[in-house]
Design a protein around this ligand. Structure first.
Ligand code: BES
Ligand code: MN
Ligand code: ZN
Length: 502
């Protein structure tokens, strides 16, 4: 979809559809009032008759409204004005775009972006509207032989800003929102692809494509480490996970250099288990298909670097993806096996289903060589995190409270929230092993914390945070699918670090 920004009054828009909001009960927003004045109370009369109360999620489509230059007016219910916050704003935009997409209008001019949202400015509203609009029209139907065609799909959206002085900032926010939405779409596509297509090799090819796509600025390059390279490096923990599979593992490294050469890179590490059967500690059959999503951490860091390259942010960003299948082949790791990680620490594998930490620990050790400013890993790591936080918040762990605060704040502002969990030393005892330096599981209780504790043993040399996205990376049920989270959180954090938020 195409996007643009405009400032001007709603009654003067030559558009297939002008979209304005109505608060509950029956209170017109400013732009709705302007339309109503031009239409000599045509809209307020309709509302007084009770056709639209203003409840969130309701809409009313009007044709040939007198005094206006547009073909249609779409009224969107916003709920109560004093309860109108980020979520309500996003819901209203989503509702507007979905409705527009069904009306037969090719283009729409949306005035909802002029409505005040507590603590958020016009740039935020435009960025968020762009992201939400792209999300609303996202489809993943490449495996359907018959696609659900939209009759006359929406092609172009224009977002309104109140003042001309806001135009420049709004244009920049629009470009940012568009880049973030593209990053999310990539993350969703990769997540939604089945495991027989999205293999470690496929992830590696995707990373190479990203590097090629932005190579015009020659700021990005990609390197793939093969099994033999990993053997040389001593990544026996990562390699142990790949042993039961016919798919070769890949360690994918992307460097984006938008900052000064002297600046240390920020490093993002993604868990890329393209299918997690559990290995010899096989998972139960029910719902096992969802373990194709076990590479959503990888997908999100790839989506993030794509967005960053697209926005040309003045930062240095490195992305590392540890990609493997976790399968129960004859050569697979067995419970009780002991492996030596790249760090030299030994690990007793008590459960082959705790494979995420086994691939991540070597990727984290590998990150040391880039002398990172900060390292953030993203992983669908534990079912226990879903028990703790459900599907709303991502689990956030860090060995530095400042970093944890920054990430939590970024999540808050991007409405892609994370909640900090403890990483106290008291939990480290859970990982004791009589035979090796540590076990790869810490027992039933506090499972997301012992997993984070495991990772913390490989991140002593840098500032580090861990995002457990097991509950937030995808939705189950009838409309199941990847969410693209936490691309909004990560890109917001990076935008802030780059000083590019207004
Ligand atoms: N990929 C799973 C975590 C997961 C489970 C994500 C359910 C989303 C939904 C991970 O590899 C795993 O299997 N973790 C185990 C760890 C346990 C064996 C200590 C788990 O959470 O059950
Ligand atoms: Mn597992
Ligand atoms: Zn897993």
């Amino acid at each position: 979809m195409e996007f643009s920004i405009k400032s001007g009054s709603p009654e003067k828009q030559r558009s297939a559809c002008v979209v304005v909001g109505v608060f509950e009960p029956r209170k017109l927003t400013l732009s709705a009032e302007l339309l109503d004045n031009a239409a000599r109370n045509y809209i307020s009369d309709i509302i007084r008759r009770g056709d639209l109360e203003g409840k969130a999620g309701t809409t009313l489509l009007l044709h040939n409204v007198p005094g206006t230059l547009c073909d249609r007016v779409l009224l969107v219910g916003l709920g109560k004005e004093k309860e109108f916050r980020e979520k309500e704003y996003s819901d209203a935009i989503r509702c507007a775009v979905k409705t527009l997409n069904e009306t037969g209008a090719f283009d729409g001019t949306v005035f909802l972006t002029e409505i005040a949202v507590k603590k958020r400015n016009a740039a935020w509203r435009i960025r968020q509207a762009t992201i939400v609009a792209q999300e609303a029209v996202y489809r993943f139907d490449q495996f359907k032989s018959k696609k659900d065609e939209v009759r006359r799909p929406l092609r172009k959206l224009t977002f309104a800003v109140e003042r001309r002085t806001e135009l420049a900032a709004a244009e920049e926010a629009l470009a940012q929102g568009f880049a973030i939405a593209e990053g999310m779409a990539l993350a969703k596509d990769l997540g939604n692809l089945p495991g027989n297509v999205c293999t470690p090799t496929y992830l590696a090819e995707t990373a190479q494509k990203i590097a090629q796509q932005y190579s015009a600025d020659s700021k990005i390059d990609c390197q793939i480490l093969e099994r033999a390279d990993m053997e040389t490096l001593g990544m026996h923990s990562l390699l142990s996970v790949a042993k039961g599979s016919h798919q070769p593992p890949k360690l994918i490294v992307l460097h984006y250099k938008g900052g000064k050469n002297s600046e240390k890179p920020l490093v993002l590490v993604g868990k890329g288990i393209t299918f997690d059967s559990g290995g010899i500690s096989l998972k139960p059959g029910e719902g096992m298909d969802e373990m194709k999503y076990d590479m959503c951490g990888a997908a999100s860091v790839l989506g993030t670097i794509k967005a960053v390259a697209q926005m040309k942010l003045p930062i240095n960003l490195t992305v590392i993806v540890a990609a493997s299948e976790n399968m129960p082949g004859g050569a697979a790791s067995k419970p009780g096996d002991i492996v030596t990680s790249m760090s030299g620490q030994t690990i007793e594998i008590l459960n082959t289903d705790a494979e995420g930490r086994l691939v991540l620990c070597d990727a984290l050790t590998y990150a040391e060589r880039f002398e990172p400013e900060t390292v953030i890993d993203v992983a669908t790591l534990t079912g226990a995190c879903v028990v703790a936080l459900g599907h709303v918040a991502t689990g956030l762990f860090a060995n530095n409270d400042g970093l944890a605060r920054e990430l939590a704040q970024a999540g808050e502002e991007a409405h892609d929230r994370a909640w900090q969990m403890p990483l106290w030393d008291d939990y480290q005892d859970l990982l004791k092993s009589p035979f090796a330096d540590m076990a790869n599981i810490g027992g039933r209780w506090g499972g997301s914390i012992s997993a984070a504790c495991f990772l913390s043993r490989f991140t002593k040399k840098f500032e580090w945070a861990h995002l457990d996205i097991a509950g937030t990376a995808w939705k189950s049920g009838a409309d199941k699918g990847a969410t693209g989270r936490p691309v909004p959180l990560l890109t917001h954090y990076l935008l802030k670090r780059a000083g590019k938020l207004h």
